[in-house]
Structure formats: structure tokens, C-alpha cells
Design a protein around this ligand. Sequence first.
Ligand code: GRF
Length: 211
Amino acid sequence: MTAAVILISGRGSNMQALVEAGLPLDVKAVISNRPDAEGLAYAAGRGIATRVVDHKLFPNRDAYDSALAAEIDRFNPDIVLLAGFLRVLGPAFVEQFARRMLNIHPSLLPAFPGLDTHARALQAGVKIHGCTVHFVTAELDHGPIVIQAAVPVLAGDSAESLAARVLAEEHRIYPQALRWFCEGRLEFTGAGIVQVKTSAPPGAALIAPKD
Ligand code: GRF
């Protein structure tokens, strides 16, 4: 079993997808930086330990990161999973969990790092958008990519409708990436590249729009 700690800030639908994916995963704790994160109730209902490390109670980022790292360490996880955790983590924290911390980001990185990805995708007029699971490095939303899923941007999409289409794919690819991690099938090769040991044939091209 792979021991995990999941970090959330809100709804926690990605956390839920990870917990319910039937992985060889022992979720030791769900930790939120916000006391009112809705996902905490779900975790508690599943009998998972929940903790709040409230960023508002700390004078600066370093102090917060140290407290969060100490709380995570109590559970001795093999992997830390950021699931809608809306805090930038400092370099010392990231280094402590290097190669054992994953994040889900709602865009096809390296396009649209940061917030409001769906509105920005619409504004840019891209025809294909999506989501990315990557290892976390000190540069925000830039770590080695494990898996991505693409969705078409449809005429008449709003940020909300596009977000919903992307979220459905997030719930597929995050458990998939984690499964590979649990199975020891993720290999770091060279400068910031992850390769998946798989014999599956490559997927078909996604072209949008279609004529
Ligand atoms: C997801 O779209 C995630 O990619 C982004 O914030 C959203 C969080 O949703 N970082 P949830 O809390 O997992 O439901």
C-alpha cells in the first residue's frame, strides 16, 4: 500500500476521485488550509483523519510551510497529493517532497499556469483545452508532466461549461497517474521529463473543431 496525504482547499472532488478509485492507497490524512473546505466533511465521513493548517494564522509563507510540512510528516506518507490546494508552496517545502508530490492543474500545461485557466483559454480562443497531472517543483505549475487529457472548446462555451468538461477528465487522469506512481511505473529521465512504463498503444489525435 502507498501511504498518502491529500491537501485540499475547497470542494475536494479530485480528492474524492482519488479515494474512490480503488487504488492500493492508504489515505492517512486530508489536510486543508481552510477550515471551511467542503471536502473535509467527505473525508471525515470516510473515516479519514482530517486536519486544518490555516494559512491565516501564520505570519509568513515560511512559517506556514514549516507547520504544514510538520503536520504531513506526522503521517509519514509516500506521496503528497495536491487536489485543489490553492496555496503556493515555497522551495524548501517543495524540495522536502521532491518526486513524491503530485498536483492536478486545469489546463494543458505549460499553457495557462496559475488561476482562471478556463476563462483565459476562452479569451485566447484555443480550440483544445484540458488538464495536467505533474510532479510539483518550485516553479508554479511547471513540474514534470505525468499525464494530460484534452477536451474540445465548443462554440458558446462559458468558463463554467468548459470547467465542467475539464473536471470530468481531471477525475479520470489523476487516479490514473497515481496508479502508475503506486505501481512504480513513473521514471524520471533527463531534465524534468517523466516517462510512463507502459505497453499500451498511443492514443489517437484529438482534432477540434471537426469538419
Ligand atoms: C480543480 O479544477 C483543480 O484542477 C483546480 O481546482 C479545482 C479544484 O476542484 N486546481 P476540487 O476541489 O478537486 O473539486
